[in-house]
Write a protein that binds this ligand. Structure first.
Ligand code: DGY
Length: 330
């Protein structure tokens, strides 16, 4: 099948608008159906697309579940996801139907780490609240007790998930004078752990109870759904902040909201939500949260690099090679 595709241009369906430079290259290389109007596909439209293409290029807003995969046409051999997270794709169902799945790791690491760090400073320092005050014309002049926040320097940061992004956050946090701690399925190699000066906690519960800030950087899988459950959130100090630039489903959002309302947590910086794109209305009125519309990796550089990765994965696959960013079922 791979060699057949190499002889003719593979038929590729892209479900959302991509940067012009990526789309242009795809036009040169593939028989591609673009979505220049950027209207999200319905489930029926996705089904129609998977019935008639060799390669589907979805993204996190598409639900590529077992039912969709089951009805995919015999030509579909590759799902080349535009994005790192693949929790919206039933990778096991794809594999059992002989469909390969790829993603775009590595190229959005630094931008996502920047966003986590920005939230880590902005929430305790009340940056958005201050900016809104100016815009509302409410700034009446400096005073010693005006807009007091909390210092980042010297605080303990607990990173959950010490992969590429977690490690990039650790490097930044070190520069901000934070003490870095982490919980991960596997401990880092000693050289890397020493470089980022991070303290490993085998027990997530024990780490949570001692941190000033928690930043989430693990993938969303069945094992990490509600990893920060109500029980675990309750282990945190009332002065602690939570930063989530990974996936909303990792935190029990209802429990988080209850605790923020009750003053059992100091604040939260959320770039992702459990029922995205829906945002719980209770969050909208809270002063101690900063909410962002899933823009952790939203730089033009990241998006172009992601597109290049998608192209490389498709090309490698069509040439009969294992694509560099193959995703296997967890
Ligand atoms: C991803 O790639 O999974 C991010 O969440 C979106 O850029």
């Amino acid at each position: 099948m791979a060699l057949e595709m190499a002889r003719t241009k593979p038929t590729v369906v892209v479900t959302r608008k991509l940067p012009d430079v990526v789309e242009t290259r795809m036009m040169e290389l593939f028989d591609v159906q673009l979505n220049i109007n950027d209207r999200a596909f319905s489930q029926d439209e996705l089904a129609a697309a998977t019935g008639a293409c060799d390669v589907l290029v979805p993204n996190l807003t598409d639900r590529i579940d077992a039912a969709l995969i089951a009805q995919a046409g015999p030509r579909l051999k590759l799902i080349a996801n535009f994005g790192n997270g693949t929790d919206h794709i039933d990778v096991a169902a794809a594999r059992s139907k002989g469909i390969a799945v790829t993603n775009t790791p590595g190229v959005l690491t630094e931008d996502t780490a920047d966003m986590a760090m920005a939230l880590m400073v902005s929430v305790p320092r009340r940056l958005v609240e201050g900016a809104r005050m100016i815009q509302a014309g409410e700034f009446k002049g400096w005073s010693p007790t005006h807009m007091l926040g909390h210092r980042t320097y010297g605080k303990r940061l607990g990173i959950i998930g010490m992969g590429r992004i977690g490690t990039a956050v650790a490097r930044r946090a070190k520069g901000f004078g934070m003490a870095v701690h982490y919980h991960n399925r596997r401990r880092l190699l000693p050289e890397l752990e020493a470089e980022v000066e991070a303290t490993y906690w085998e027990s997530l519960d024990q780490m949570l109870a001692r941190m000033d800030v928690i930043s989430i950087h693990c993938p969303h899988t069945p094992a990490t759904f509600h990893l920060l459950s109500e029980r675990r959130l309750k282990l945190l100090k009332p002065s602690a902040y939570i930063i989530n630039t990974a996936r909303g489903e990792i935190v029990d959002e209802e429990a988080l909201i209850r605790m923020l309302e009750a003053g059992e947590l100091a604040g939260a910086g959320l770039d992702v939500f459990e029922h995205e794109p829906a945002v719980n209305p209770k969050l909208l009125t809270m002063k101690n949260v900063i909410l962002l519309p899933h823009m952790g990796s939203a730089t033009i550089e990241s998006r172009i690099n992601m597109g290049e990765k998608v192209i490389i994965n498709i090309r490698a696959f069509c040439d009969g090679h294992t694509p560099p960013d193959r995703v296997l079922p967890t």
